[in-house]
Design a protein around this ligand. Sequence first.
Ligand SMILES: Nc1ncnc2c1ncn2[C@@H]1O[C@H](COP(=O)(O)OP(=O)(O)O)[C@@H](O)[C@H]1O
Ligand SMILES: [Mg+2]
Length: 414
Amino acid sequence: MQDGSGRIVVQNLTKHFGQVAAVQNLSFNVEPGSVTGFLGPNGSGKTTTLRMLLGLVRPTSGWSTINGQPFERLGNPGRIVGGVLEAQGFHPGRTARDHLRVYAAAMGVADQRADDVLNLVGLGAAGNRAAGGFSLGMKQRLALATALLGDPQVLVLDEPANGLDPEGIAWLRSFLKAFAQSGRTVLISSHLLAEVEQTIDQVVIISRGQTMFYGPLDELRKSQQSRVIVAPADPQKLAVALQEARITNVSPTPDGKLAIVGATIQQVGDIAAQAGVALYGVHEEKADLEQLFFRLTSGQYAGQAPYGQAPPPGWGAPPQQGYAPGTPPGGYQQVPPGYAPQQGYAPGTPPGGAPQQQWQQQAQWAQPPAQEQQAWSQQPSGPLQVQPAPPPPPQDPTPPSGDQSTPGAGGGHQ
Ligand SMILES: Nc1ncnc2c1ncn2[C@@H]1O[C@H](COP(=O)(O)OP(=O)(O)O)[C@@H](O)[C@H]1O
Ligand SMILES: [Mg+2]
């Protein structure tokens, strides 16, 4: 039986498409009461992971559960998880309202719910219009409305901000936050950290199908260290003087300057003065989150060198957690304390909910792989499917933790 927890567990998920290792040994949990951002560049395996989670692709190995069950065993899954993988799957001639009524009928939900969710996503005035004439942003809203039909406990959205205008993004942000604060679970993917930064509490950052960072967004923020960049007349002499002052995190920059972590501008200036080294320039630099994200995920389509590099020493160096991809991340088995129990989430009136809580757990950093492992395909991903609240699949006798290579779901598998 499903445990009603609203928790998503992804464990050692792996998917190969022929030679392409789309997802490699991915493990993370998503807890109720929070919004988790699933981030990575194009082609990094986000959609494939979400498709496995929603029972649309059979994993090569590993498994995932929602409420303690594989998707295939959720009974009426549309009532538990609302999934949007692509906002293009509407019958072009069908009105938004009729589209929703078709899904409502398949799910055993009253017709009235179609109008409720249309209003909820701001499409109340467009219910009689054919979906084929909708803008991308309107299609995103309609897809979200479809996912919300079953009043689900868990939302899984693939790049939901794509095509939304700034107002739409702001609306989505407040909607998802309120949804999560009502005790529900939200997992959203994006290839742009900035797009979801203000929405998410936790991040899973992947590159080439592998985990690069997994933990609270605040941990990622804290890891951004500032550094002092200085242009000395004699870099070698200053480096020695800094060393003697126990400032050891000093590295040369490509343009002949020194980058110093763990000292203030004033300290560096004083030490340089005492050592008799002239300074031609000094300033403080701070990496923003986007830069860190880029460093963690760069090399997606490059050769060997930049692959999987953590930020270089002295520059946003990660805490030494030593999380090896494939090792089940520890510390994420508990619901973060302080999240409110699920409250009745009234459509159209997102509740204020519990105050945001800091995640208690430690972040998990990936160890960069020793070397390039995969010949990487640049082929674009195949056409995706909308899977908003599908009708229940046939019952599947495969246990959630048994041999997961054959979860035995219906015909959508590849
Ligand atoms: N059905 C498929 N057949 C072959 N390769 C695929 C298929 N779906 C995805 N891929 C490949 O898997 C990798 C990950 O793709 P995808 O999960 O769509 O990444 P993302 O959603 O992060 O952009 C890409 O190299 C993509 O080309
Ligand atoms: Mg994708």
